[in-house]
Design a protein around this ligand. Structure first.
Ligand code: ZN
Length: 209
């Protein structure tokens, strides 16, 4: 913010900022209030990673056909995450969507995709269908999907749960990321997790960018 176009003056016991290019005066306390608000707004915007466009992300999952899936528990319970992978094309081979819980003990869930709705949809899970997406509900920032590939390793490197299992670690570069914001919390500086939109309307869960 440029300050060299104005100067402070005493007026009626208050400090007033006089700007040559502005036709009004305002007191120092108001100026500091707006400056603080502006900086807080900037810092809150920076807390969340932007939507990644590096890879295409397209994923749909029907509640009606998979109502007991761990994915829907993760979509509705803050602090609960899964990662999903997929294989098969739904045409020449049966498509599977595999769901892995962050609880560290539930076996991998195997969902067979058999409805037209899902088989006609494209499944492009970001960097790699075999590496997949982290999907879950953060405590304060809603439902999100993240690419499970490390954003800082040039070859596609799948990450795994670590810490309280609301964090993930790259086995190659050893960076640790938190799923609440996607930010690096341990290791060298670098890019935040590749984030994708995610929504669940009670019928269909979608992830996209
Ligand atoms: Zn890495």
């Amino acid at each position: 913010m440029r300050m060299n176009s104005g100067k402070w003056k005493e007026e009626g016991g208050r400090r007033i900022l006089c700007c040559r290019h502005l036709s009004f005066h305002f007191p120092l306390s108001s100026f500091l209030f707006f400056l603080t608000s502006y900086l807080l707004l900037l810092s809150s915007c920076e807390a969340e990673a932007p939507i990644s466009r590096t890879y295409v992300c397209r994923f749909v999952f029907s509640y009606k056909d998979h109502s007991t899936s761990l994915l829907f528990a993760a979509a509705q319970n803050p602090g609960t995450y899964v990662y999903v992978t997929t294989k098969g094309d739904g045409k020449n081979s049966v498509r599977h969507v595999y769901v892995n819980s962050n609880d560290g003990k539930t076996p991998q869930e195997d969902n067979i995709i058999s409805t037209d709705l899902e088989n006609y949809s494209s499944y492009v899970l970001g960097a790699s269908n075999s590496i997949g997406l982290f999907i879950g509900t953060t405590n304060f920032n809603g439902l999100w999907a993240y690419d499970r590939a490390c954003p800082n390793c040039s070859n596609l490197q799948a990450m795994n749960w670590t810490g309280n299992r609301q964090q993930v670690i790259c086995p190659r570069c050893q960076r640790t990321y938190e799923l609440e914001t996607g930010a690096i919390i341990s290791g060298d500086e670098g890019s935040s997790l590749m984030r994708y939109y995610c929504s669940f309307d009670g019928s269909i869960l979608r992830a996209w960018n």
